[in-house]
Design a protein around this ligand. Sequence first.
Ligand code: C2E
Ligand code: MG
Ligand code: MG
Ligand code: MG
Length: 284
Amino acid sequence: YAKMNGVSHVVEYQSKLHDIFAKKIRLENDLQVALENHEFSLYYQPKVNIRLGTVNVEALIRWKHPQLGMISPAEFIPIAEETNVIDKIGTWVLQQACHDLRGLQKMGFTSLKMAVNLSARQFMDEHLETMVSDIFAEANVSPSSFVFEITETTVMKEPYEVIRILQKLKQKGITIAIDDFGVSYSSLNYLNRFPIDAVKIDRSFIRDLDENHKGAEIVEAIISLAHRLNLEVTAEGVETEEQVRFLLEKGCDEMQGYYFSQPVPLEQLPSVLNDLQSLIAKWK
Ligand code: C2E
Ligand code: MG
Ligand code: MG
Ligand code: MG
């Protein structure tokens, strides 16, 4: 009987694996046509600097699958990375973000900076610089209005090549931020070696603020280390008033998270940005 049970577990496990692979293959296929079918959109989440009273935004991609509904970028971006689809998606994201930024500028949000996420493969693409310059020129936006967010795993791949690319992007005036900072084992290793402007403390550290005092010590240490190295600090995943109070006290430059706003479609962004001004005023 026990043996039978074991066998049935194996069968169950195999069928689960089968489901996972089947879904992956399906998404891989469907990603090929998602762009042409206009299934992607960009949402925007505010990044708030209470001290300066300014707000920037991060573009976050959304995929509305015709049958499966909303699929998280955490699920489909890695799949897009394995195929060459990420190149086309990345180009579309930048074009759309430029277009939307122009719209926001025309509405009077003239000092707002637009952050976009770059995946590892996009970042290492030999055409990146020309692609970026062409898109900015065509959309008539300044590179200095843009922040590129790249993750730690990206910069660790080929350090020397990465430094060269970062220098080129910085020369254009683009701001470079390290996303999900602190989660990789080599976080401290590259802080002084790579020409970057900002770090975004990973959400897991902000969550830990509530758990124990060690969590608070770590966040405080990251902020002060980054500042000593002349880097700006953004905290991601800020959800509570207590977290805001702590981060403000420790001099964190920018905060992002559900406390301020969820990511919203472009149409909702102007009113969200305006509402944030009264929230900022409360903290001053
Ligand atoms: P990320 O760049 O670190 O973005 C932060 C993620 O945390 C977003 O998830 C955001 O919706 C979520 N978030 C923001 N505030 C809070 C909060 O207070 N609490 C919680 N629990 N979550 C919060 P999202 O939009 O699902 O994106 C996931 C990841 O997918 C992003 O992580 C980024 O790495 C990647 N991604 C998103 N858009 C793009 C894109 O256009 N291109 C590329 N290459 N990657 C993208
Ligand atoms: Mg990001
Ligand atoms: Mg992040
Ligand atoms: Mg993240």
